[in-house]
Design a protein around this ligand. Structure first.
Ligand code: ASP
Length: 422
């Protein structure tokens, strides 16, 4: 008997995490280092790189075909607006939920002197994050830079927004050009897409091993002490993420998308586990596209458009995490934030969910920038770095679920298009 792939991936994740914990507690540190450095880490990294490898050609093929396959540009505008509206509303709900819970439960308040000293003692060096926050472009520059002067340079630098803009524009061009040559190019692009998806299938079939290695590396190396100390903060983030993941998205999928939440979550398990183990929405994009077409059977044009854009621009988990973290650190340092300041933080978090790269720890520079804005010591980011990897896994899962829920919702009104695989 052969188990379904998502079950094997889940099993890989569970066994990897358990084996890592066992190695961490039972084996001498020297041996654990050898196991991690020479086996688990390289295997996990190769799996991650194989996923990333396919992202750029896939964004180009998927987005261009998604736009070119639309009936007219009016439909592009409508779908774009619906995606944007869903992103903003879902992010607003996520941030409000996070801020409410952080105010209510006060994870950074009333910490004993002894615990405070231990948390500070475990702080990591935040200089890399602070430097990244300082070199971040202003909003004006950011908006200008979405339009790349050289698309290949954007691709080479991993500037996903620039590469997406180019692909989108190319799709519009393809939609407008009614020549024989353009149609042949479109057919060739479909070929590129098909080949990428076939390759994804091969890479994903290795996921149980890749995911095992990634989780083993994480848990074998992890110092659990830091998790214990920041238990209340971690708990508030997880509670808010959990409510958004299972309550808000269930309601959205059911009421706005007309799909049963059970069918939705069952269909997307592969994407959720991949997001959890890679901490990257972009690395998960190939899997996200695959489950949308094969499991949820969404119209191809809609899922290609919404999911490629969403992997970078729809990050509800990131927005939620940034809000809770800023509030936690403000409470930790005894900085009182007024309602107006919190509303500002919330608004910036919503925007940052759109602008943050879908890569591991992509949101940390935004948190550093926000801390500076409300006069909380920026070094505070070092206090949470130790638990960031774990929280990143969880918020990325939410980000990817959010993209898929957006695709379900946007797809509802777009009847009459080609179905998946067309
Ligand atoms: N890792 C997240 C993602 O790829 C971004 C973040 O750091 O919040 O979705």
């Amino acid at each position: 008997m052969r188990w379904p792939l998502h079950v094997r991936i889940l099993l890989g994740a569970g066994l990897g995490a358990a084996a890592g914990v066992a190695a961490h507690t039972l084996l001498p540190p020297g041996l654990v280092n050898i196991l991690v450095d020479s086996i688990a880490d390289p295997v996990g990294q190769v799996f991650l790189r194989l996923l990333f490898l396919l992202v750029l050609p896939l964004i180009f093929a998927a987005l261009t075909l998604g736009v070119a396959g639309l009936q007219d540009l009016g439909q592009l505008g409508r779908m774009g607006l619906k995606t944007l509206a869903y992103t903003v509303v879902a992010s607003l709900i996520a941030v409000t939920l996070g801020l409410l819970l952080a105010n209510l439960l006060g994870p950074g308040r009333g910490i004993s002197d002894e615990l405070r000293a231990r948390i500070v003692a475990h702080a990591q060096d935040p200089s890399g994050v602070i430097a990244a926050a300082k070199s971040a472009p202003t909003l004006k520059d950011f908006l200008i830079q979405i339009v790349p002067t050289n698309p290949l340079e954007a691709a080479a630098k991993g500037d996903y927004l620039g590469w997406m803009f180019f692909s989108l524009l190319f799709g519009v061009g393809l939609c407008l050009t009614r020549t024989e040559g353009a149609r042949r190019f479109e057919a060739a692009l479909q070929g590129l897409y098909d080949v990428c998806m076939r390759l994804i299938g091969v890479v994903i079939s290795l996921a149980p091993i890749g995911v095992f290695a990634l989780l083993f590396t994480l848990t074998a190396r992890l110092g659990y002490e830091i998790l214990e100390q920041l238990l209340r903060y971690v708990g508030v983030v997880l509670l808010a993420l959990g409510i958004h993941q299972f309550v808000v998205y269930s309601l959205a999928v059911r009421l706005l998308g007309g799909m049963s939440p059970r069918a939705f979550f069952r269909g997307i398990t592969e994407a959720m586990v991949t997001a959890f183990s890679t901490s990257s929405s972009n690395a998960t994009l190939p899997t996200t596209l695959k489950v949308a077409e094969e499991k949820l059977k969404l119209p191809a044009e809609v899922s290609r458009f919404v999911l490629t854009i969403g992997a970078t621009a729809n990050q509800n988990g990131t927005a939620l995490f940034a809000g809770v973290t800023v509030l936690f650190l403000a409470q930790f340092y005894g900085v009182e934030l007024s309602l107006q300041q919190q509303v500002t933080i919330g608004a910036i978090c919503v925007v940052s969910g759109i602008g943050t790269a879908g890569i591991p720890s992509g949101s940390l520079p935004v948190v550093a920038m926000l801390l500076g804005l409300v006069h909380v010591p920026v070094e505070g980011i070092g206090l949470v770095l130790g638990v960031d990897r774990f929280l990143d896994m969880c918020r990325t899962t939410l980000n990817v679920t959010g993209d898929l829920s957006a695709a379900v919702v946007v797809a509802r009104g777009e009847k009459g298009l080609g179905r998946a695989g067309s």
